[in-house]
Design a protein around this ligand. Structure first.
Ligand SMILES: Nc1ncnc2c1ncn2[C@@H]1O[C@H](COP(=O)(O)OP(=O)(O)OP(=O)(O)O)[C@@H](O)[C@H]1O
Ligand SMILES: [Mg+2]
Length: 475
């Protein structure tokens, strides 16, 4: 972050400097909402969450080195006092971004794959110029401004993830950081419970391209009708990506290796190139094409894009994170979150690995430990059964369903013909681990996936010998 004085923070956040604070004191950043992340010179923002109220930690934050805190009421430490700290954080980020030498903001939205794509875009653009991208999945009215505030005078590209749980959420985030380039990945069933319909999800995601300036660029998924339709909602130029013929940037001849890593030929207006991803799962082809579209637009040539894509790693943890144990067992930790599309994508990847990839090496036994998909509303029952059917279709050797809320997965698998003897519904993590561990043998592949609330990364970690011993773990 570029240094700001307490007075400047108050001006940008429309707040008042409390008597205890020195208006001229410098704040060097970072801006944090978690008191455990306070470092000397940082700004602590007290956010009232569902479980904890940040105002309870202001004294600790100052003791740990914050020269000032942002609070919604006078507190007994130096503060900038505002009406609503989340709004004020947004105002601060907006005002701060205006002061920078206008970095190009690349915005990413969609139901699945925002963080994964953000990581690819970030890794490609860093090869061009200083780039700031969120840590993990900071994509809300709190997380997005925190990332904006990490940029500084040298930042040329600012990659941001825009999430929505309702209408106007993305428009609000675009009001803080207006994207110049906007990617819409897909419109799926994530958070359907809150939105009510896929049409409403599309309406919300499209707010990203509505915010683009006329000289901006909308990067749209040609394979998703609801995304293509967003072209009419923007004055910006449109570039499409996908596997279908109509896409401007297109992947053909997609082949998966024995760990479901895709290789394909990328066709672009600037030439064609062979691409091999280090990421696992055919669904990453689409994300890689979207990232390629942005990188080509911003000045990388096709060869450099292909090289950058080949190097791109899954830097955010628990998303298709593939680790091999010393005994040859492969564990896929995809437990970060789950919705019907990402469940089916993960099962397709498991199926590809189980059959030995497209070059048909030796088949391997597939096991799936699956838990609930949350926030799906009335579609939840059908969605769980469909996932069970998908597991049956790839022919899993063992299906462990964790938690009765996910029972539908077991029912769907049985309906689709999977031998009930291969299916067990268990209560929790410990039971799932011991069940899978019991007859695991060399070469078996275990997929672990559910919504965040199910905490299934603990299953993957236990299978790999504990949270700290996990090979290739990333924050
Ligand atoms: N294009 C895609 N289609 C289906 N699933 C995908 C796609 N891209 C990524 N996924 C899967 O979706 C899950 C979540 O990925 P990621 O965290 O990148 O998504 P996100 O959109 O950032 O999610 P969140 O809304 O929680 O921030 C992972 O299991 C990932 O493998
Ligand atoms: Mg995310």
């Amino acid at each position: 972050m570029m240094t700001l004085t307490v007075r400047e923070i108050a001006q940008l956040s429309h707040g008042l400097v409390s008597d205890l604070a020195d208006p001229a004191a410098p704040v060097i950043g970072p801006v944090v909402v978690d008191s455990r992340r306070v470092t000397r010179g940082c700004l602590f923002v007290a956010v009232s969450g569902a479980r904890v109220d940040g105002h309870e930690f202001v004294a600790q934050a100052v003791a740990d080195g914050a020269p000032v805190v942002l609070a919604s009421r006078p507190v007994a430490v130096p503060a900038v006092v505002v009406g609503d700290t989340v709004r004020a954080l947004g105002d601060l980020a907006r005002g701060y971004l205006h002061r920078l030498a206008s970095p190009v903001v690349v915005g990413i939205t969609g139901s699945s794959g925002k963080t994964g794509t953000k990581d690819i875009v970030g890794q490609l653009l860093t090869t061009l110029a200083p780039t700031v991208a969120p840590e993990g999945s900071l994509n809300t009215e709190v997380g997005l401004p925190l990332t904006v505030l990490r940029a500084d005078a040298d930042t040329r590209y600012l990659v941001l993830e825009y999430s929505a749980r309702g209408l106007d959420h993305i428009a609000y985030l675009c009001g803080i950081a207006r994207p110049q380039v906007g990617i819409v990945l897909n419109v799926g069933a994530a958070h359907l419970g809150e939105f009510g319909s896929r049409t409403a999800v599309a309406q919300a995601k499209g707010e990203l391209v509505e915010a683009l300036p006329d000289d901006g660029l909308a990067v749209l998924n040609a394979d998703d009708d609801a995304v293509v339709a967003m072209a009419s909602r923007t004055g910006a130029r449109v570039v499409t990506f996908g596997l279908g013929r109509q896409a401007d940037i297109r992947a053909v001849d997609v082949v998966l290796d024995e760990l479901a890593r895709p290789t394909f030929r990328m066709l672009t207006a600037r030439g064609d190139v062979e691409v091999s991803l280090s990421l696992h799962g055919a669904h990453h082809v689409s994300n890689a094409l979207a990232a390629a579209a942005v990188a080509l637009e911003l000045g990388l040539d096709v060869e450099a894009v292909a090289a950058g894509l080949a190097r791109s790693q899954a830097v955010s943890r628990w998303r298709m994170q593939v680790s091999e144990r010393s005994d040859g067992v492969v564990v896929i930790n995809d437990a970060y979150n789950a919705n019907p599309e990402s469940m089916k994508a993960a099962l397709a990847a498991l199926g590809a690995m189980g059959s030995g990839g497209d070059s048909a090496r030796t088949p391997r036994r597939m096991r799936a430990v699956l838990g609930v998909m949350a926030e799906l509303g009335p579609t939840a029952a059908t969605a769980h059964r469909e996932v069970g059917a998908a597991a049956a279709l790839i022919g899993v050797h063992q299906l462990v369903v964790v938690g009765t809320a996910a029972q539908g997965i077991a029912d769907g698998a049985i309906e689709a013909g999977l031998d009930p003897a291969r299916i067990t519904v268990v209560d929790g993590v410990a039971e799932a681990v011991s069940l899978v561990e019991k007859d695991l043998s060399h070469g078996d592949i275990v997929l672990v996936k559910a919504s965040r609330s199910a905490d299934l990364q603990r299953v993957a970690e236990a299978l790999l010998g504990g949270p700290n011993s996990q090979a290739g773990a990333h924050e």
